[in-house]
Design a protein around this ligand. Sequence first.
Ligand code: GLN
Ligand code: ZN
Length: 811
Amino acid sequence: MTTTPPPTAAPLPAATIVGYPRIGPDRELKKAEEAYWAGRIDRTELDRRTAALRTATRERLTGLGLDAPAAIPETFSLYDQVLDAAVTIGAIPGRFADVLDADGRIGTDGYFTLARGDAQRPPLEMTKWFDTNYHYLVPEIGPDTDLHLASTQVIDLFTEALAAGTTTRPVLVGPLTLLLLAKAEDGAPEGFTPLDRLDDAVAVYAEVLERLADAGAPWVQVDEPILATDIDLVAGPSAARDEGAGSAAAQSDGGASSAAARSDGGAGDVDDVIARALQRSVGRLASLAQRPQILVTTPYGGIGDHLPALLSTGAEAVHLDLTRGDLPTAEQLTGIGETALVAGLVEGRTVWRTELPTAAARLDALRDLVRTAGGDERTVSVATSVSLQHVPHSLDRENALDAALRATLAFADEKVAEVVLLASGGVVPGDVDGPRSVPRDFAGVHDESVRERVAALGPDASTRSPFSARRAAQEQALDLPVLPTTTIGSFPQTAEVRRARADHRAGRLDASGYRQAMREEIARVIALQEKLGLDVLVHGEAERNDMVQYFAEHLDGFVVTEHGWVQSYGSRCTRPSILFGDVSRPEPITVEWSAYAQSLTSKPVKGMLTGPVTILAWSFVRDDQPLAQTATQVALALREEIADLEAAGIGIVQVDEPALRELLPLRRADQDAYLRWSVESFRIATAGAADGTQIHTHLCYSEFNEVIDAIDGLDADVTSIESARSRGEVVDAIDPERFERGIGPGVWDIHSPRVPSTEEIVELLQHAQEAIGPRALWANPDCGLKTRGYRETEASLRNLVEATRQVRAQV
Ligand code: GLN
Ligand code: ZN
């Protein structure tokens, strides 16, 4: 058994990163996993390929200059870093108890079962990781979950690298973040929250740290991004409550559903709770006799007032996101003592190069602050703000990019090089307010005609007539029945459709052949909808690979990459477009398809667009001007598209905004400003429509309440939302007085192949009707049908139409 190196033996390297993409430059991880799941390769081959990927990653990072011991964080994951931490501590819901072996360990197959479910069981729920497009699996923890060391992966990966000659830095999502992101397992008693298990969870982390020390790890990284949010302890901050003294909030009402525990209510109280929880987690780990040195990272934003608490835990190093967060104040650094700081100066969420002189100036300023506070400024290291998992691997093979644009970009590898350069002192600090060191003034960035058109938008550009006037005009124009039926836009994307798109892209199918294939598909989809008896039809979106990329490809101001894949979750990747310049629409985008669909039927066909906020949320967006300004440009392009759709005889246009809630800032203080510009951009996009044109919007989530004012503000004539998964509960939250406009709570959960019965749809519709009234109600699925098969689509839509008939008959 080796002994723990004394904390001074291995200082934290001057340059490091919070994390690195693990999907592989050629999506090796995806390919290996999907081959394994399909039975084309066996476990040995899967293990061989993932080990090779890790080796390549270490070699790559060492070559880029992360060559000191512990400079490379081991952020490989077979599926998800939150799941990794959850299985490490044995947070395995009861329904999956059988994935543990006799020794209480979980293997690779069991891990995949939690992630993907199996024939009998749904997987863990998935949700967005902070304000990114990455999805994590939501751990489920109950009062009786047997928290114990169930996976030694974090130790095994360290050992593997060490044997190959590299001392890496093991990484774990920290106990506070893990428990606060977890949900109470089904059946947990009222008032229980996973945070109630903090001590038990920390005990397992302690065991991991002891083993890592045994294995020779000089450092461990504990990620606590939850500190960058307004932590919501409404469910009961019992982590502090049962500690005897108890916080004021806990004492006043037992802590449960305590408004005072929100940081916008009794700020002092929640900070207290967090400080205690930090002591009981990081503090307890730091007090272990045998452990690696601890680096706590706080990505995704500033941690503000939590810094003093973190500095007093005894962790040897604390990382700060200085791209989103401010420099700490002298007061916040008072307790710094020997703690090393890691300055997250290179933004890991965007694809833009860092303003290196500005970053160097901030680094100097931080060092001054540290010195003034009595710390050792030589211990300040440089890192990224967040893990680089949110950006593509490398610019290396992006040969089609315009050279001037390319010179402004940095993907993961280029960002690592920036960190190394900053840390080496090789950058002369520049004036923070000085000119940009990476000018973005090449062709396409600035388009005067776009700016003129934006400037010409009058004060009324975002206001339509009152809804009553619109309703009258639309009733006349559309002549819809009560409780109209519709779908959300896409129809199943068959192999033929995908092949036609791929062939066209590869030049194997010419423009007219492609057009013909799409028209045939549209005709099929229209005929099917007529046969099923739907009231408002769609063209089916066969021409779209992706609801954002499709528009990016047809708008000026965007480029698409060749290899710029980013992990979305598990083996799933997306290739976000890059919005680099002023956005405009060289020609109509969707009009031809929608008009053709409309020509085939006397029923109204809905035009189908993606909204400005969603287009921004799912692209890499320029950061040289406020997002609001960019959103307005996108909105203007959509506004022009809607005018063209109207001119082509389209009477209903849906503008999807599934990402409206996703971009919501993590800090409540920033949310109002965001909601103002995001709502305004939707209104600019849609308010040019005539009164008789019905504007729909679609939002893919059921947390309706959180953004209800914003949804109200969109002023769409009809809003469809996800509802089936929550068994229609969302409609109870809707105040009919207030929401007189149309609403379509989804009655078919399209995320699963299950066909809903007519009876259950009737029930959901009746329930919604009682809550909202028939006049405003629409019947539709939860979301688009792109990933569904035709069999369940036809059966489900048939039931939906039949259920609607029955409910109408009762009115
Ligand atoms: N109109 C899109 C579709 O049906 C909406 C998708 C979404 O909301 N994510 O596919
Ligand atoms: Zn949706």
